[in-house]
Write a protein that binds this ligand. Structure first.
Ligand SMILES: *[C@@H]1O[C@H](CO)[C@@H](O)[C@H](O)[C@H]1NC(C)=O
Ligand SMILES: *[C@@H]1O[C@H](CO)[C@@H](O)[C@H](O)[C@H]1NC(C)=O
Ligand SMILES: *[C@@H]1O[C@H](CO)[C@@H](O)[C@H](O)[C@H]1NC(C)=O
Ligand SMILES: *[C@@H]1O[C@H](CO)[C@@H](O)[C@H](O)[C@H]1NC(C)=O
Length: 427
Protein backbone atom coordinates (compact mmCIF):
# COMPACT_ATOMS: atom_id res chain seq x y z
CA UNK A 1 0.00 0.00 0.00
CA UNK A 2 2.70 2.31 1.05
CA UNK A 3 4.76 1.77 -2.03
CA UNK A 4 1.70 2.18 -4.15
CA UNK A 5 1.07 5.53 -2.59
CA UNK A 6 4.57 6.80 -3.13
CA UNK A 7 4.42 5.45 -6.63
CA UNK A 8 1.40 7.62 -7.31
CA UNK A 9 3.07 10.55 -5.69
CA UNK A 10 6.05 10.14 -7.90
CA UNK A 11 3.78 10.12 -10.88
CA UNK A 12 2.21 13.32 -9.76
CA UNK A 13 5.60 14.78 -9.20
CA UNK A 14 6.67 13.91 -12.66
CA UNK A 15 3.73 15.51 -14.34
CA UNK A 16 4.66 19.11 -13.70
CA UNK A 17 7.93 18.44 -15.39
CA UNK A 18 6.37 16.98 -18.42
CA UNK A 19 4.19 20.05 -18.42
CA UNK A 20 7.25 22.14 -17.86
CA UNK A 21 8.76 20.59 -20.96
CA UNK A 22 5.74 21.47 -23.01
CA UNK A 23 5.71 24.93 -21.54
CA UNK A 24 9.29 25.33 -22.58
CA UNK A 25 8.26 24.99 -26.18
CA UNK A 26 5.39 27.36 -25.84
CA UNK A 27 7.59 29.83 -24.03
CA UNK A 28 9.31 30.68 -27.27
CA UNK A 29 6.03 31.85 -28.72
CA UNK A 30 4.44 33.34 -25.65
CA UNK A 31 6.77 35.10 -23.22
CA UNK A 32 3.99 35.52 -20.66
CA UNK A 33 3.23 31.81 -20.60
CA UNK A 34 6.92 31.20 -20.30
CA UNK A 35 7.26 33.30 -17.18
CA UNK A 36 4.25 31.56 -15.73
CA UNK A 37 5.82 28.21 -16.44
CA UNK A 38 9.11 29.17 -14.92
CA UNK A 39 7.28 30.31 -11.82
CA UNK A 40 5.40 27.09 -11.70
CA UNK A 41 8.49 24.99 -12.11
CA UNK A 42 10.15 26.98 -9.38
CA UNK A 43 7.30 26.35 -6.97
CA UNK A 44 7.39 22.64 -7.73
CA UNK A 45 11.16 22.69 -7.32
CA UNK A 46 10.89 24.24 -3.90
CA UNK A 47 8.30 21.67 -2.91
CA UNK A 48 10.59 18.95 -4.05
CA UNK A 49 13.40 20.19 -1.88
CA UNK A 50 11.21 19.56 1.14
CA UNK A 51 10.31 16.14 -0.09
CA UNK A 52 13.90 15.05 -0.12
CA UNK A 53 12.97 11.62 1.15
CA UNK A 54 11.28 10.88 -2.13
CA UNK A 55 13.42 9.16 -4.63
CA UNK A 56 13.72 10.96 -7.91
CA UNK A 57 16.89 9.72 -9.32
CA UNK A 58 16.57 10.92 -12.87
CA UNK A 59 14.79 14.15 -12.16
CA UNK A 60 16.78 17.31 -11.93
CA UNK A 61 15.90 17.91 -8.32
CA UNK A 62 17.84 14.93 -7.12
CA UNK A 63 19.54 15.85 -3.84
CA UNK A 64 22.84 15.38 -5.57
CA UNK A 65 22.08 18.00 -8.08
CA UNK A 66 24.42 20.22 -6.15
CA UNK A 67 27.30 17.90 -6.63
CA UNK A 68 26.27 17.47 -10.22
CA UNK A 69 26.39 21.19 -10.67
CA UNK A 70 29.84 21.26 -9.19
CA UNK A 71 30.89 18.52 -11.53
CA UNK A 72 29.35 20.23 -14.48
CA UNK A 73 31.21 23.40 -13.92
CA UNK A 74 34.39 21.50 -13.43
CA UNK A 75 37.16 21.56 -15.90
CA UNK A 76 37.37 17.81 -16.19
CA UNK A 77 33.89 17.49 -17.61
CA UNK A 78 34.00 20.45 -19.93
CA UNK A 79 33.95 18.39 -23.10
CA UNK A 80 30.91 16.38 -22.17
CA UNK A 81 27.43 17.55 -23.11
CA UNK A 82 25.48 18.25 -19.94
CA UNK A 83 22.74 15.72 -20.50
CA UNK A 84 25.09 12.76 -20.58
CA UNK A 85 26.58 13.36 -17.16
CA UNK A 86 25.36 10.98 -14.45
CA UNK A 87 26.67 11.86 -11.03
CA UNK A 88 24.82 9.16 -9.13
CA UNK A 89 24.54 5.41 -9.24
CA UNK A 90 23.04 2.58 -7.21
CA UNK A 91 23.80 -0.90 -5.94
CA UNK A 92 21.18 -2.77 -7.93
CA UNK A 93 22.09 -5.88 -9.81
CA UNK A 94 21.12 -5.61 -13.44
CA UNK A 95 20.24 -8.36 -15.90
CA UNK A 96 22.62 -8.86 -18.80
CA UNK A 97 19.69 -8.53 -21.10
CA UNK A 98 16.06 -7.67 -20.69
CA UNK A 99 12.88 -8.32 -22.56
CA UNK A 100 11.12 -5.45 -24.16
CA UNK A 101 11.35 -1.88 -23.05
CA UNK A 102 12.69 -1.90 -19.54
CA UNK A 103 14.50 1.35 -19.75
CA UNK A 104 13.54 2.60 -16.35
CA UNK A 105 12.76 -0.68 -14.70
CA UNK A 106 14.77 -2.08 -11.86
CA UNK A 107 14.62 -5.72 -11.00
CA UNK A 108 14.68 -7.75 -7.89
CA UNK A 109 13.97 -11.35 -7.21
CA UNK A 110 11.12 -12.16 -4.90
CA UNK A 111 11.16 -15.12 -2.55
CA UNK A 112 10.04 -17.50 -5.28
CA UNK A 113 12.85 -16.37 -7.51
CA UNK A 114 10.59 -14.56 -9.94
CA UNK A 115 11.67 -11.24 -11.32
CA UNK A 116 9.59 -8.36 -10.09
CA UNK A 117 9.67 -4.72 -10.85
CA UNK A 118 11.14 -2.55 -8.18
CA UNK A 119 8.84 -0.33 -6.17
CA UNK A 120 9.62 3.32 -5.92
CA UNK A 121 10.58 3.13 -2.27
CA UNK A 122 13.88 1.37 -2.03
CA UNK A 123 16.02 0.73 0.99
CA UNK A 124 19.45 -0.55 1.78
CA UNK A 125 20.57 -2.87 4.54
CA UNK A 126 24.35 -2.85 4.94
CA UNK A 127 25.96 -5.07 7.57
CA UNK A 128 29.45 -6.15 8.50
CA UNK A 129 29.31 -9.93 8.87
CA UNK A 130 31.43 -12.88 9.90
CA UNK A 131 30.64 -16.49 9.22
CA UNK A 132 30.18 -17.14 12.94
CA UNK A 133 27.05 -14.99 12.86
CA UNK A 134 25.65 -16.58 9.72
CA UNK A 135 22.58 -17.93 11.45
CA UNK A 136 21.62 -14.57 12.87
CA UNK A 137 22.41 -12.65 9.71
CA UNK A 138 20.20 -15.08 7.82
CA UNK A 139 17.36 -14.32 10.23
CA UNK A 140 17.83 -10.58 9.76
CA UNK A 141 18.01 -10.72 5.99
CA UNK A 142 14.88 -12.82 5.78
CA UNK A 143 12.98 -10.09 7.55
CA UNK A 144 14.27 -7.40 5.21
CA UNK A 145 14.07 -9.11 1.84
CA UNK A 146 10.27 -9.09 1.48
CA UNK A 147 10.32 -5.36 2.23
CA UNK A 148 12.30 -4.58 -0.90
CA UNK A 149 15.65 -4.05 0.70
CA UNK A 150 18.89 -4.34 -1.15
CA UNK A 151 21.32 -6.34 0.96
CA UNK A 152 24.99 -5.51 1.15
CA UNK A 153 27.30 -7.58 3.31
CA UNK A 154 30.77 -6.54 4.40
CA UNK A 155 32.79 -9.66 5.16
CA UNK A 156 35.45 -8.75 7.65
CA UNK A 157 36.60 -12.36 8.07
CA UNK A 158 37.02 -13.08 4.38
CA UNK A 159 34.94 -16.25 4.61
CA UNK A 160 32.71 -15.60 1.68
CA UNK A 161 32.19 -19.17 0.48
CA UNK A 162 30.35 -20.18 3.61
CA UNK A 163 27.37 -18.09 2.55
CA UNK A 164 26.76 -19.67 -0.82
CA UNK A 165 24.16 -22.12 0.38
CA UNK A 166 21.74 -19.35 1.33
CA UNK A 167 19.34 -18.69 -1.52
CA UNK A 168 19.46 -14.93 -1.18
CA UNK A 169 23.24 -14.78 -1.11
CA UNK A 170 23.52 -14.67 -4.89
CA UNK A 171 21.32 -11.59 -4.96
CA UNK A 172 23.18 -9.73 -2.24
CA UNK A 173 26.28 -7.66 -2.70
CA UNK A 174 29.37 -8.94 -0.98
CA UNK A 175 32.41 -6.91 -0.13
CA UNK A 176 35.42 -8.62 1.36
CA UNK A 177 38.16 -6.87 3.30
CA UNK A 178 39.93 -8.59 6.15
CA UNK A 179 39.60 -7.16 9.64
CA UNK A 180 37.90 -3.94 8.62
CA UNK A 181 35.23 -2.18 10.62
CA UNK A 182 31.73 -1.13 9.76
CA UNK A 183 32.73 2.49 9.39
CA UNK A 184 35.69 1.61 7.22
CA UNK A 185 33.36 -0.21 4.86
CA UNK A 186 30.73 2.48 4.98
CA UNK A 187 33.15 5.26 4.11
CA UNK A 188 34.46 3.33 1.14
CA UNK A 189 31.40 1.62 -0.27
CA UNK A 190 28.42 3.73 0.67
CA UNK A 191 29.35 7.00 -0.96
CA UNK A 192 26.23 9.19 -1.10
CA UNK A 193 26.34 9.37 -4.88
CA UNK A 194 26.26 5.60 -5.02
CA UNK A 195 23.44 5.06 -2.53
CA UNK A 196 21.32 8.04 -3.49
CA UNK A 197 18.65 5.70 -4.81
CA UNK A 198 17.75 4.49 -1.34
CA UNK A 199 15.26 6.32 0.83
CA UNK A 200 16.74 4.87 4.00
CA UNK A 201 19.99 3.19 4.82
CA UNK A 202 20.22 0.67 7.64
CA UNK A 203 23.82 0.37 8.76
CA UNK A 204 23.52 -2.43 11.25
CA UNK A 205 25.65 -4.74 13.30
CA UNK A 206 25.21 -8.46 12.80
CA UNK A 207 24.44 -9.39 16.40
CA UNK A 208 20.92 -8.01 16.59
CA UNK A 209 17.86 -10.09 17.35
CA UNK A 210 14.96 -9.08 15.11
CA UNK A 211 12.16 -11.26 16.42
CA UNK A 212 10.15 -8.17 17.32
CA UNK A 213 11.21 -6.05 14.41
CA UNK A 214 9.41 -5.46 11.15
CA UNK A 215 11.23 -3.23 8.64
CA UNK A 216 8.06 -2.10 6.88
CA UNK A 217 6.32 -0.97 10.03
CA UNK A 218 9.52 0.63 11.23
CA UNK A 219 9.80 2.68 8.06
CA UNK A 220 6.21 3.82 8.30
CA UNK A 221 6.84 5.16 11.80
CA UNK A 222 10.10 6.83 10.88
CA UNK A 223 8.50 8.46 7.86
CA UNK A 224 5.46 9.78 9.64
CA UNK A 225 7.50 11.03 12.59
CA UNK A 226 10.00 12.70 10.30
CA UNK A 227 12.98 10.97 11.88
CA UNK A 228 16.05 11.52 9.74
CA UNK A 229 18.27 9.48 12.04
CA UNK A 230 16.79 6.68 14.10
CA UNK A 231 17.30 3.28 15.65
CA UNK A 232 15.02 0.58 16.93
CA UNK A 233 14.83 0.50 20.71
CA UNK A 234 16.72 -2.16 22.59
CA UNK A 235 14.85 -4.69 24.66
CA UNK A 236 15.88 -4.16 28.30
CA UNK A 237 17.32 -7.68 28.37
CA UNK A 238 19.88 -6.69 25.77
CA UNK A 239 23.49 -6.77 26.79
CA UNK A 240 25.67 -3.71 26.55
CA UNK A 241 23.07 -1.05 26.95
CA UNK A 242 25.13 2.13 27.14
CA UNK A 243 22.50 4.82 27.12
CA UNK A 244 19.08 4.92 28.65
CA UNK A 245 17.59 6.63 25.64
CA UNK A 246 18.04 3.46 23.61
CA UNK A 247 15.96 1.32 25.97
CA UNK A 248 12.52 0.39 24.81
CA UNK A 249 9.60 2.26 26.31
CA UNK A 250 6.86 -0.34 26.38
CA UNK A 251 3.93 1.98 25.95
CA UNK A 252 5.24 4.19 23.19
CA UNK A 253 5.54 3.98 19.46
CA UNK A 254 8.75 5.96 19.47
CA UNK A 255 10.52 8.50 21.66
CA UNK A 256 12.86 11.39 21.10
CA UNK A 257 14.10 11.95 24.61
CA UNK A 258 14.56 10.29 27.94
CA UNK A 259 13.94 11.65 31.43
CA UNK A 260 16.28 10.48 34.09
CA UNK A 261 17.15 12.13 37.37
CA UNK A 262 19.00 9.23 38.90
CA UNK A 263 22.70 9.11 39.58
CA UNK A 264 24.93 11.41 37.63
CA UNK A 265 22.52 11.41 34.75
CA UNK A 266 20.22 14.38 34.71
CA UNK A 267 17.94 14.34 31.74
CA UNK A 268 15.16 16.87 32.10
CA UNK A 269 12.80 18.70 29.84
CA UNK A 270 15.46 21.32 29.35
CA UNK A 271 18.05 18.82 28.07
CA UNK A 272 18.86 19.75 24.53
CA UNK A 273 21.41 17.19 23.47
CA UNK A 274 22.98 13.74 23.81
CA UNK A 275 22.57 11.45 25.55
CA UNK A 276 19.18 12.76 26.71
CA UNK A 277 17.83 13.63 23.29
CA UNK A 278 18.97 13.85 19.69
CA UNK A 279 20.93 10.67 20.05
CA UNK A 280 21.18 7.14 18.69
CA UNK A 281 23.91 4.60 19.20
CA UNK A 282 26.19 3.01 16.67
CA UNK A 283 24.91 -0.55 16.55
CA UNK A 284 21.72 -0.09 14.54
CA UNK A 285 21.45 3.39 13.05
CA UNK A 286 19.02 4.17 10.24
CA UNK A 287 19.64 7.19 8.05
CA UNK A 288 17.49 9.08 5.63
CA UNK A 289 19.15 9.93 2.33
CA UNK A 290 19.98 13.47 3.41
CA UNK A 291 21.19 12.42 6.83
CA UNK A 292 23.44 9.85 5.26
CA UNK A 293 24.83 12.40 2.83
CA UNK A 294 25.91 14.43 5.84
CA UNK A 295 27.05 11.48 7.94
CA UNK A 296 29.26 10.12 5.20
CA UNK A 297 31.04 13.45 5.08
CA UNK A 298 31.41 13.44 8.85
CA UNK A 299 33.00 9.99 8.77
CA UNK A 300 36.76 10.24 8.96
CA UNK A 301 38.62 8.15 6.46
CA UNK A 302 41.26 6.95 8.88
CA UNK A 303 39.30 6.76 12.13
CA UNK A 304 37.76 3.38 11.48
CA UNK A 305 36.26 2.69 14.89
CA UNK A 306 33.90 5.61 14.67
CA UNK A 307 34.17 6.62 18.31
CA UNK A 308 32.80 10.04 19.06
CA UNK A 309 30.71 9.98 15.91
CA UNK A 310 27.44 9.06 17.60
CA UNK A 311 27.52 12.14 19.77
CA UNK A 312 27.92 14.30 16.66
CA UNK A 313 25.32 12.57 14.53
CA UNK A 314 22.73 15.11 15.60
CA UNK A 315 24.52 17.66 13.45
CA UNK A 316 23.46 15.55 10.48
CA UNK A 317 19.79 15.45 11.47
CA UNK A 318 18.87 18.07 8.86
CA UNK A 319 17.42 20.39 11.44
CA UNK A 320 16.56 20.26 15.10
CA UNK A 321 18.09 17.10 16.49
CA UNK A 322 15.59 16.99 19.36
CA UNK A 323 12.89 16.46 16.74
CA UNK A 324 14.57 14.62 13.88
CA UNK A 325 16.41 11.96 15.83
CA UNK A 326 14.49 9.23 17.58
CA UNK A 327 14.22 5.71 18.91
CA UNK A 328 11.40 3.46 17.71
CA UNK A 329 9.84 1.48 20.55
CA UNK A 330 7.14 -0.54 18.87
CA UNK A 331 9.69 -2.18 16.56
CA UNK A 332 12.56 -3.22 18.75
CA UNK A 333 15.61 -5.43 18.74
CA UNK A 334 17.75 -7.45 21.10
CA UNK A 335 21.35 -6.46 21.19
CA UNK A 336 23.29 -9.62 21.84
CA UNK A 337 26.59 -7.90 22.42
CA UNK A 338 28.55 -10.64 20.71
CA UNK A 339 32.17 -9.72 20.29
CA UNK A 340 32.69 -9.24 16.62
CA UNK A 341 35.14 -7.25 14.63
CA UNK A 342 32.70 -5.53 12.36
CA UNK A 343 30.73 -3.65 14.97
CA UNK A 344 31.91 -0.16 15.74
CA UNK A 345 31.56 0.86 19.35
CA UNK A 346 31.64 -2.44 21.11
CA UNK A 347 33.90 -4.11 18.63
CA UNK A 348 36.69 -6.44 19.49
CA UNK A 349 37.20 -10.13 19.53
CA UNK A 350 39.29 -12.48 21.46
CA UNK A 351 42.14 -13.99 19.55
CA UNK A 352 43.78 -17.21 20.44
CA UNK A 353 46.82 -16.18 22.35
CA UNK A 354 50.07 -16.87 20.65
CA UNK A 355 53.62 -16.66 21.84
CA UNK A 356 54.45 -13.89 19.45
CA UNK A 357 51.54 -11.75 20.53
CA UNK A 358 52.00 -12.22 24.25
CA UNK A 359 55.62 -11.24 23.95
CA UNK A 360 54.71 -8.06 22.21
CA UNK A 361 52.16 -7.18 24.82
CA UNK A 362 53.76 -7.80 28.14
CA UNK A 363 51.60 -5.06 29.62
CA UNK A 364 48.62 -7.35 29.46
CA UNK A 365 50.13 -10.32 31.07
CA UNK A 366 50.33 -13.57 29.24
CA UNK A 367 47.47 -13.39 26.76
CA UNK A 368 47.10 -10.96 23.93
CA UNK A 369 43.64 -9.49 24.00
CA UNK A 370 42.55 -8.19 20.64
CA UNK A 371 39.53 -6.65 22.24
CA UNK A 372 41.65 -4.64 24.61
CA UNK A 373 43.86 -3.45 21.78
CA UNK A 374 40.86 -2.37 19.75
CA UNK A 375 39.48 -0.54 22.73
CA UNK A 376 42.72 1.32 23.20
CA UNK A 377 42.89 2.19 19.53
CA UNK A 378 39.29 3.39 19.64
CA UNK A 379 40.12 5.68 22.53
CA UNK A 380 43.08 7.09 20.64
CA UNK A 381 40.89 7.70 17.63
CA UNK A 382 38.32 9.39 19.80
CA UNK A 383 40.94 11.86 20.96
CA UNK A 384 41.97 12.57 17.39
CA UNK A 385 38.39 13.02 16.34
CA UNK A 386 37.79 15.51 19.13
CA UNK A 387 40.88 17.46 18.17
CA UNK A 388 39.83 17.56 14.56
CA UNK A 389 36.36 18.73 15.43
CA UNK A 390 37.62 21.46 17.68
CA UNK A 391 40.17 22.58 15.14
CA UNK A 392 37.56 22.64 12.42
CA UNK A 393 35.25 24.70 14.60
CA UNK A 394 38.03 27.12 15.37
CA UNK A 395 39.10 27.51 11.78
CA UNK A 396 35.68 27.86 10.25
CA UNK A 397 34.82 31.44 11.02
CA UNK A 398 31.40 31.09 9.42
CA UNK A 399 30.38 28.11 11.49
CA UNK A 400 28.15 28.50 14.47
CA UNK A 401 26.86 25.76 16.68
CA UNK A 402 23.16 25.27 15.97
CA UNK A 403 22.82 23.49 19.32
CA UNK A 404 24.47 25.88 21.72
CA UNK A 405 21.91 25.19 24.41
CA UNK A 406 23.18 21.67 24.96
CA UNK A 407 23.27 20.28 28.39
CA UNK A 408 25.28 17.15 28.32
CA UNK A 409 25.16 14.81 31.22
CA UNK A 410 26.91 11.55 31.65
CA UNK A 411 25.16 8.22 31.85
CA UNK A 412 25.81 4.67 32.91
CA UNK A 413 28.75 3.84 35.09
CA UNK A 414 30.75 1.67 32.77
CA UNK A 415 30.47 4.27 30.07
CA UNK A 416 31.17 7.24 32.20
CA UNK A 417 34.85 7.52 31.56
CA UNK A 418 34.47 7.18 27.88
CA UNK A 419 31.69 9.70 27.76
CA UNK A 420 33.61 12.12 29.87
CA UNK A 421 36.22 12.09 27.18
CA UNK A 422 33.66 12.55 24.52
CA UNK A 423 31.93 15.42 26.15
CA UNK A 424 35.04 17.43 26.63
CA UNK A 425 34.74 18.06 22.94
CA UNK A 426 31.83 20.28 23.59
CA UNK A 427 33.48 22.30 26.28
C1 LIG B 1 7.91 -4.75 -2.83
O1 LIG B 1 7.86 -4.64 -4.21
C2 LIG B 1 6.79 -5.36 -4.80
C3 LIG B 1 6.91 -5.26 -6.29
O2 LIG B 1 6.98 -3.93 -6.69
C4 LIG B 1 5.47 -4.82 -4.30
O3 LIG B 1 4.41 -5.55 -4.85
C5 LIG B 1 5.45 -4.94 -2.80
O4 LIG B 1 4.28 -4.36 -2.30
C6 LIG B 1 6.64 -4.24 -2.18
N1 LIG B 1 6.65 -4.51 -0.79
C7 LIG B 1 6.74 -3.53 0.10
C8 LIG B 1 6.69 -3.97 1.50
O5 LIG B 1 6.88 -2.37 -0.21
C1 LIG C 1 42.74 -10.47 11.14
O1 LIG C 1 42.73 -10.53 12.55
C2 LIG C 1 42.95 -11.81 13.08
C3 LIG C 1 42.79 -11.75 14.56
O2 LIG C 1 43.23 -10.56 15.08
C4 LIG C 1 44.34 -12.30 12.65
O3 LIG C 1 44.59 -13.60 13.17
C5 LIG C 1 44.42 -12.31 11.13
O4 LIG C 1 45.71 -12.67 10.74
C6 LIG C 1 44.04 -10.97 10.56
N1 LIG C 1 43.94 -11.08 9.13
C7 LIG C 1 44.56 -10.26 8.29
C8 LIG C 1 44.41 -10.55 6.85
O5 LIG C 1 45.19 -9.31 8.68
C1 LIG D 1 14.15 -10.85 30.27
O1 LIG D 1 14.80 -11.22 31.47
C2 LIG D 1 13.90 -11.61 32.49
C3 LIG D 1 14.70 -11.84 33.74
O2 LIG D 1 15.90 -12.48 33.47
C4 LIG D 1 13.14 -12.88 32.05
O3 LIG D 1 12.24 -13.27 33.04
C5 LIG D 1 12.40 -12.56 30.75
O4 LIG D 1 11.77 -13.73 30.27
C6 LIG D 1 13.35 -12.01 29.71
N1 LIG D 1 12.57 -11.60 28.58
C7 LIG D 1 12.88 -11.90 27.33
C8 LIG D 1 11.92 -11.45 26.29
O5 LIG D 1 13.89 -12.51 27.04
C1 LIG E 1 8.20 17.85 30.90
O1 LIG E 1 7.37 17.99 29.78
C2 LIG E 1 6.23 17.15 29.78
C3 LIG E 1 5.51 17.28 28.47
O2 LIG E 1 5.55 18.58 28.01
C4 LIG E 1 5.35 17.50 30.99
O3 LIG E 1 4.23 16.65 31.03
C5 LIG E 1 6.17 17.35 32.26
O4 LIG E 1 5.40 17.78 33.36
C6 LIG E 1 7.43 18.16 32.19
N1 LIG E 1 8.25 17.84 33.33
C7 LIG E 1 8.92 18.77 34.01
C8 LIG E 1 9.71 18.30 35.18
O5 LIG E 1 8.91 19.95 33.70
Amino acid sequence: MKSLKSFKMNFRKKDPFHDGGRCGVRMKQLPFMGILCIGMVFVVYRTMIYQHHQTQIDARMDPFDISREIHLSSWQLRNLPRGIVQAASDLELRPLWSHGNSNSKKFQLDSSGAEVEYPTGRYLLAMPVGIKQKHNVHAIVQKFLPENFTIMLFHYDGKLDGWNDLAWSAHALHVVAHNQTKWWFAKRFLHPNIVSLYDYIFLWDEDLGVRNFHPGRYLRIVRSAGLEISQPALHPNSTEIHHRITIRARTKKFHRRVWDMRGSTKCTNSSRGPPCTGFVEGMAPVFSRSAWFCTWHLLQNDLVHGWGMDIKLGYCAQGDRTKKVGVVDSEYIFHMGIQTLGGGDHSGKKASSSEEHSNKNSKHGSSFDVRMEIRRQSTRELEIFKERWNKAVEEDKNWFDPFTMDSVVVGDDHERRRLKHRHKVRA
